[in-house]
Ligand binder design. Structure first.
Ligand code: DQA
Length: 141
């Protein structure tokens, strides 16, 4: 089964962006790791990242059209983008946040994505993506 792992703005900077919050694993390292983990679970994982909201929406439409589940870390869009939320709602998605957003600034404590998520994984570091893939692998649709 195919899975899209979609990452929003600034997540391409993993490894150098606030490593005390997001850890030291680089985006490239994470992407390679997720392809491998996915393979072990029988998943064909495609990892992408964009700074552009329209691009993210188009990828979500692609997932919706293909019936492909999504692991979604929408970065800061999580907190305010109704457009990303509407597009995500066309898919089956697991919401992921590397950091514990509830222990951080108040604006990070609301997610416009959570109500329609098939699962939410918060504060488990980059290992949260592996947990999300395991959950996707367990979905039966
Ligand atoms: C994040 C949390 C968001 O608040 C932030 O804007 C990010 C990353 C996380 O993975 O912890 O870019 O989604």
């Amino acid at each position: 089964r195919k899975v899209l792992v979609l990452n929003g703005p600034n997540l391409g900077r993993l490894g150098t962006r606030q490593p005390e919050i997001y850890g030291g694993v680089t985006y490239a390292g994470l992407a390679g790791h997720l392809v491998e983990t996915g393979r072990g679970m029988g998943l064909d994982v495609d990892v992408r990242q964009t700074e552009h909201e329209g691009q993210m929406i188009e990828w979500l439409h692609e997932a919706a059209d293909g019936g492909v589940p999504v692991v979604l870390n929408a970065g800061a869009w999580t907190h305010y983008s109704y457009a990303v939320a509407d597009a995500a709602a066309l898919t089956t998605y697991v919401e992921v946040h590397i950091s514990n957003v509830h222990a951080r600034e108040e604006f990070r404590q609301h997610s416009v994505l959570s109500a329609k998520a098939a699962g939410i994984i918060i504060g488990c570091g980059v290992g949260g993506y592996d947990l999300a893939l395991a959950h996707v692998a367990s979905l039966t649709d």
